[in-house]
Each structure stands twice: as structure tokens, then as C-alpha cells.
Design a protein around this ligand. Structure first.
Ligand code: WT7
Length: 623
């Protein structure tokens, strides 16, 4: 990216930025002199929460619904923009009363309840970078994220509803905060009414502290590059990276893409993004993008089959959802449950369908369009990443020539290429690596506390060209449209969740019975990939038939505790050896062959070619 930034592109983004309210206008669209550290809209000042909430109320839209919220047990809450403003102000005043000041970090682990949105916006309002941690992550995962960000406050809840049951949350977060001296207070939302352990002086109830605050608060404008949030995501090493996003560029692109990709009309559309706020999709397309555009959204707390498999369709019918944005893994799950389920509901309100998180296979794409979209609604496949902050590649609606399975072309203002390993653009019909060759407003500004890791991970692959390396394989078709082919690094995609093989491996080897572990993603018809682990037990022996089941169950549980249930391996195979090259690198390709029940490929680069025979012989004992 040593290229001089394209003038038209910058002008385009300056135009998009004008849809926001700036207290001080920027003087330069992009400062790329410190590449790969970008600064967008330098000198500009704005408040994200004001842009997402107050300005809509001031413009006379206070009575418009911001969220139709529905809890898993069936309780509901309607929140207008005026109500949202007072909730956000109260929350902001509560955070101020705890002594938090701009720049302090706040960790948030909450279920999908309105307070999660209030908390994020209150942080944004005060310039407190938030670090939202997915509710399904374990205490160990929460602890490492709090430690890395040095958070002063944790906002959590007593419990959360999952699959019809009230599960504990505060009891788990206490396991993390027992080891995180940076946390001064824990603010607890009462959701399930469960008894919770309590630390006097540190722990505070939301309904005591927040509900009693004044609903008036004057927002202060922050620099366009003020940190807005840190969101941890898996990389190729065991330690998750804190992806840093800032204020002006992020909000500009989140808002622009949300409006353009879904053709969103704030006066008539009812929008529902089914992600969790613990992921980037929840940040950009439940909170910041939609609210900046004054959208009326649906927000749902629970699982899609509680209490029945028609829950999502019932919600679409009840609120008249016109834009529905979900992940291929859920679409394939709906396919498995059967098309007669959506057929029982009136889904005629649906106008646009979105997909995100992994490549959508043409079969799922067609099913989605037919059975949810009534064969009318366009399906927009949106490619992006935690790091990109907002959608980068997607078909704009209105393009009639639909292509099931292709994300098509970079959006206006975005530039992407498919290149070979020398960084040369490949031709039509050819595959290679996806790179981003021009900076974009919502690009990550770094890895929290680790500039070297930022340079190394994203910018060292094509240093001559200065391309951002996304980690995905891609192909141009004969029309030059882009097809995403999945990760080419050691990152797995399980139900649209990004999990690194190294992360699961380090969880496994932290168990006292495990000497070594290698993890691969095996393709799976529902979840995209499934985690398969190969472990060498201490003492060198494979688990004897009698206790293999027990060992495997204990290891799966251990991974759930170390990372979270989403990282539990589908299969664990105990093996006597792992296939390694002479330089000691594990050849995952061969393990993937085993995991996917294929003939094992070329073994000539193995240090010891007989290893694969040993593994295959050992497999007879598995299951
Ligand atoms: C990785 C990023 C973007 C929010 C959800 C995931 C894969 C994402 C697509 C898509 C093919 C996709 C890529 C990417 N991915 N969307 N439409 N088609 N692959 O965010 O956890 O940061 O994961 O998800 O492999 O690199 P994330």
C-alpha cells in the first residue's frame, strides 16, 4: 500500500462521513504517512453515541422504535430512540460516578439484553473503549481479555437464558475477576433472578446504580481516532488478538455499508441481525451501523429452537421483519429442520436477506432465497472480518444477475485483489490470496498493545506491495467476480466462529494427561468446519479401549472450560505420534485427510513416513 491513495476513493468516503454529525470537521480524509497505521478524518471530532441516538431524537424521531427486544422466555421490551437516549445517559452517568474517565477500558460480558446496547453506547459516549466478551466464553477466556485490556470495570449479569434454562453468569465471571486486579467494580444486571456470589464494595447492581441516575448527559466530542473498542479474535497463535477500532472512520463505514448493502430505509424497514453482540457483526450491524442510520431493529436473546424450531420465523412474522441478516450455519440448520417449518409462517415482509461469517454454499443460498425469501428477496453474501470492521465485499442489492455463492465485488470505496504468492494479481478463473490493496475507513488501527504483531500478522506477507493479507483464499470467475474459498491459515471456522487450531491445541496441552496435540478443521455439512483433535497422551501410550471414552470426555470438557463450549472438539483421537516435517512442523494437511476419512496424501516430506501408518492403525481403537 505504498501506492498513493486514490483521490476518488477518498472523496467518496468524505461524502459518506458527511452523513454523520461532526462537532469539528476533519482536515484530511486519510493520513497514511505512518502506514500500516492509518488515521482517517484527522482533526475531526464527534461523539458516536450522539450520532447513534441523540441526533435522531433531536430531529423529531424520539418516538420511533430503536429495538423490538424479545427475551428467550418470551418477555418483550420496546425501546424508542427517546428511551434509548435516557437509558444511555443514565448508564453514562453511572459510569462517571464510578470515576471512569475517557480512555479507561470497560469489559462487558452480557447476554443479548438491552442493557448490553446501553452499556456499549454509554462507553462510546464517554470515550471508554469497551471490550465485549461473548457470553459463551469461559472464565479463563474472560480473564485473559480483561488482563490484556487492563479493564477497570466489568459489566455482566446474574445469569442468562440458554435453551430454556437459566444459566449462571456472575458466578463464572467471579472466577475470572478473582485474578484480575485491574477490575475495580463489577456492575451486575439482574436478568434471571438467580442467587449470585457478591463481593461487597466491588459489586454493584445495575438497578441500584443506573436506574437512579439522571437521564441528562451532555456528550463530549472525541477525536476521530479515539479508540472506540477492542474486540478479541483468534489468530494463528494461541493468544487471541485485541483488534482495535476507532471512532470516525469506523462509524462512517459501518453506517454506509449497513445502508447500502441492505438498501435500508429507516422509515419503513424492520431489520434483524441474528448475531451476538460478542462478535464484530453484533458491534457493527446490531449496534453502531443500524443506530447511526436510525434503524428500527429486532433483537432476540435466545437460541433459534427455543421453545420450538419456528422461533425465528415467528419473530419475523410478529414484527414484520424486512431485512434479515444471519450466518450460513444457521441456514443449514434450518434446512435440516425442514422447509415445512418456515412454511407455517407469513414471511412476506422479507425484502432482503443477508449472509455472513463463512462461504455460503450454493445449495444453502438457494434454500435461503426460496424458503425464507419467497423466491423474491435478494441474498447478499457479505465478506468481511473483525479486522475490517465493516463489510468489504458484497453484491449491492438491485443487481439482477444473482450468483449463488459469490460475494461478487468490493463495495464502492473499497479495493480488493486476488493475488499469487508473489503478490501478482491472478487472472479470470484463477485462485490465490485475497488482499486489500487500499486503506479503508473502518480498518483496524492495530492489535491492542502489540504493534509488532499487527505488522507481522497482516502486513508482512506482501511487504513489497504493502498489501493487507486477509488470510482467505479466493478466486476470480470468468466475469471477474470474487468467490471466497475459506481460510488458508490455521484458523478454523466453526458455525461462523473463528477459532485457531493453536488456541485449542494449547488448551489441550494444558491438561495434565496430554503431551502433545494437533488440531484441524474437518469439513462439516452443518457447521462448515468441525474441530478434530489428535492427541498424544503422556507416557506415550494411546488411551486403552477401556478408558478412551473417559479421557476424551474429560478433554472435551477441559477445552470448554479453557475457551468455551464453542471450541469443544467434535472428535478427539488419541495417537502415538503426530506427522511432522523434518523441521518439526505438524503436517495438518495429512491429519485433515484422516479427519475427513480420505486417503492420506503425499507423505514424502514427513520426517518419518511410517507415522501415518501408526495413526491409521490406532484409529481402529477410536469410537
Ligand atoms: C473470517 C472473519 C465478518 C463477521 C463475521 C466473522 C470468514 C466471513 C464471509 C463470507 C466467506 C467469510 C472469512 C474471514 N468469512 N464472511 N461472506 N464468505 N467467508 O468475522 O470472526 O473476524 O471472521 O470469516 O474467512 O476471514 P471473523
Amino acid at each position: 500500500m505504498s501506492l498513493s491513495p486514490d483521490h476518488d476513493r477518498l472523496e467518496f468516503w468524505e461524502e459518506q462521513a458527511q452523513r454523520l454529525h461532526w462537532d469539528t470537521r476533519w482536515n484530511q480524509a486519510l493520513d497514511w504517512s505512518g502506514a500500516p497505521f492509518a488515521r482517517w478524518f484527522t482533526g475531526g471530532r464527534l461523539n458516536v453515541a450522539y450520532n447513534c441516538v441523540d441526533r435522531h431524537v433531536e430531529a423529531g424521531h424520539g418516538d420511533q422504535v430503536a429495538f423490538h427486544w424479545e427475551g428467550e422466555p418470551g418477555d418483550t421490551r420496546t425501546i424508542t430512540y427517546a428511551e434509548l437516549r435516557s437509558e444511555v445517559c443514565k448508564t453514562a452517568n453511572a459510569l462517571l460516578s464510578l470515576g471512569l474517565r475517557a480512555g479507561d477500558r470497560v469489559a462487558i460480558q452480557l447476554p443479548m439484553i438491552p442493557e448490553a446496547v446501553f452499556a456499549m453506547l454509554a462507553c462510546a459516549r464517554l470515550g471508554l473503549p469497551h471490550s465485549v466478551v461473548f457470553g459463551g466464553f469461559s472464565p479463563a477466556a474472560l480473564r485473559s481479555r480483561i488482563e490484556d485490556a487492563g479493564a477497570r470495570l466489568l459489566i455482566t449479569s446474574d445469569g442468562q437464558y440458554r435453551r430454556g434454562k437459566a444459566e449462571p453468569m456472575k458466578a463464572l465471571t467471579d472466577e475470572a475477576t478473582g485474578y484480575t486486579p485491574s477490575i475495580e467494580h463489577v456492575l451486575v444486571v439482574r436478568r434471571t433472578g438467580a442467587d449470585v456470589p457478591w463481593t461487597e464494595g466491588r459489586d454493584l447492581w445495575w438497578h441500584h446504580l443506573v436506574d437512579t441516575q439522571s437521564a441528562a448527559h451532555r456528550p463530549e466530542a472525541f477525536d476521530a481516532e479515539h479508540p472506540l473498542f477492542v474486540l478479541y479474535t483468534s489468530g494463528t497463535t494461541g493468544k487471541p488478538k485485541g483488534i482495535l477500532h476507532t471512532t470516525g472512520g469506523y462509524l462512517t463505514q459501518a453506517a454506509y455499508t449497513h445502508r447500502a448493502v441492505f438498501g435500508l430505509d429507516p422509515d419503513s424497514d424492520i431489520y434483524w441481525c441474528t448475531a451476538d453482540i460478542g462478535w464484530i457483526t453484533g458491534h457493527s450491524y446490531i449496534v453502531y451501523g443500524p443506530l447511526a442510520n436510525r434503524t428500527t431493529s429486532v433483537m432476540y436473546e435466545g437460541t433459534p429452537n427455543t421453545p420450538h424450531e419456528g422461533r425465528h420465523f415467528e419473530i419475523i412474522e410478529r414484527y414484520g421483519v424486512s431485512v434479515y441478516y444471519t450466518a450460513p450455519t444457521l441456514i443449514r440448520t434450518f434446512m435440516k429442520w425442514g422447509e415445512d417449518i418456515p412454511a407455517r409462517y407469513d414471511l412476506s415482509s422479507i425484502g432482503v436477506l443477508g449472509s455472513v461469517g463463512e462461504p455460503i454454499n450454493p445449495e444453502a443460498w438457494r434454500w435461503y432465497r426460496r424458503h425464507i425469501g419467497g423466491d423474491r428477496a435478494p441474498v447478499v453474501d457479505t465478506w468481511w472480518q473483525t479486522e475490517t470492521g465493516a463489510v468489504m465485499i458484497a453484491p449491492l442489492p438491485g443487481r439482477p444477475d444473482a450468483k449463488p455463492g459469490s460475494a461478487r465485488t468490493p463495495l464502492p470505496g473499497i479495493s480488493a485483489k486476488v493475488v499469487d504468492d508473489q503478490g501478482r494479481e491472478v487472472g479470470k478463473g484463477e485462485s490465490g490470496y485475497l488482499v486489500l490493496d487500499q486503506p479503508w475507513p473502518s480498518m483496524l488501527r492495530g492489535v491492542w498493545g502489540d504493534d509488532d504483531r499487527y505488522r507481522e500478522t497482516y502486513w508482512s506477507r506482501f511487504p513489497a506491495q504493502g498489501y493487507y493479507f486477509a488470510g482467505d483464499g479466493a478466486r476470480y470467475d470468468e466475469d471477474g467476480d470474487i468467490w471466497l474459498l475459506g481460510r488458508i491459515d490455521d484458523v478454523m471456522n466453526v458455525s461462523g466462529h473463528r477459532i485457531s487450531t493453536a488456541e485449542v491445541e494449547s488448551a489441550l496441552v494444558s491438561h495434565p494427561t496430554v503431551a502433545e496435540a494437533a488440531v484441524v478443521g474437518a469439513s462439516d455439512t452443518t457447521t462448515g468446519q468441525a474441530i478434530v483433535a489428535f492427541v498424544i497422551l503422556r507416557g506415550g501410550a494411546t488411551a486403552r479401549e477401556a478408558d478412551a471414552g473417559r479421557v476424551v470426555a474429560a478433554l472435551r470438557e477441559h477445552v470448554a472450560q479453557e475457551i468455551g463450549p464453542i471450541a469443544k472438539p467434535r472428535r478427539i483421537l488419541t495417537v502415538p505420534e503426530l506427522p511432522k516435517t523434518r523441521s518439526g512442523k505438524i503436517m495438518r494437511r495429512l491429519l485433515r485427510d484422516v479427519a475427513e476419512n480420505r486417503e492420506v496424501g503425499d507423505v514424502t516430506t514427513l520426517a518419518d513416513a511410517s507415522v501415518m501408518d501408526l495413526i491409521n492403525a490406532g484409529l481402529v481403537r477410536e469410537t
